[in-house]
Design a protein around this ligand. Structure first.
Ligand SMILES: O=C[C@H](O)COP(=O)(O)O
Length: 251
């Protein structure tokens, strides 16, 4: 991590937790201690957004895990950025690989969601990452650059400070197969280079690129040492007290 970029950790609870379990997570997060130099955001199920916002300390951000691309209308089952903001929540995770691969979301839809969420004033964590067969056939760069291009086209130049990019190789998510720090750094470095060439050098240097995929209390420190890894997006391990070590991984 470069010192000019604040370390960022997202806890993506996915479709886990009930009020009792959430109270337990909130208790260990509140007890900490949490590194004040880390920006921490919890991605919570939509029905608990307001509950979590009210119960978590104000220093911990809350994120929705998805939203739709327009403000309101006949879109049964969806929530909008305006609704997320209305319950006091500032962040949304978009384009997670489970949205792409389980629910069939396209690059174009994800990009539209990113554009709308930013225009409504939300901060956004767009996710990109290659599948195992894509990596094995040497297509990692092609895939992540294509995903990135679609998203970047919808980010207005004055909204980059509201964006944190998550690189999550699909083969590493929930599998216990973390990308090695070197594998992750290689992609993060190439993404930053791509941003230099396709957006500008200032954005490339300032935007945080975080890694996700089987991050644990054991491997988080080695990942955090890499120059272009600015934090992590954590699934399973964000539900357990050990998550505190991941939040504090850059200390
Ligand atoms: O958003 C988080 C990622 O999908 C990683 O999940 P995981 O830490 O359970 O592998």
């Amino acid at each position: 991590m470069a010192p000019e970029r604040k370390f960022f950790v997202g806890g993506n609870w996915k479709m886990n937790g009930n009020k009792n379990e959430i109270d337990g997570i909130i208790a260990f997060l509140t007890a900490g201690p949490l590194d004040p130099n880390t920006e921490l955001v919890c991605g919570v199920p939509s029905c608990y957004l307001e509950y979590c916002r009210q119960k978590l300390p104000a220093t911990i951000g809350v994120a929705a895990q998805n939203c739709y691309k327009v403000a309101k209308g006949a879109f049964t089952g969806e929530i909008s950025p305006a609704m997320i903001k209305d319950v006091g929540v500032e962040w949304v995770i978009l384009g997670h690989s489970e949205r792409r691969n389980v629910f069939g979301e396209s690059d174009a839809l994800i990009a539209e969601k990113v554009g709308h969420a930013l225009s409504e004033g939300l901060k956004v964590i767009p996710c990109i990452g290659e599948k195992l067969e894509e990596r094995e056939s040497g297509k990692t760069e092609e895939v992540v650059f294509t995903q990135m291009k679609a998203i970047v086209e919808k980010i207005p130049s004055d909204k980059w400070e509201n964006v944190v990019i998550a690189y999550e190789p699909v083969w590493a998510i929930g599998t216990g197969k973390t990308a090695s720090p070197q594998q992750a750094q290689e992609v993060h470095g190439k993404l930053r280079q791509w941003l230099t060439e396709n957006v500008n050098a200032e954005v490339a240097q300032k935007v945080r690129i975080i890694y996700g995929g089987s991050v644990t209390a054991e491997n988080c420190r080695e990942l955090a040492k890499e120059a272009d890894i600015d934090g992590s997006l954590v699934g399973g391990a964000s539900l357990k007290p050990d998550f505190i070590h991941i939040v504090n991984a850059s200390q």
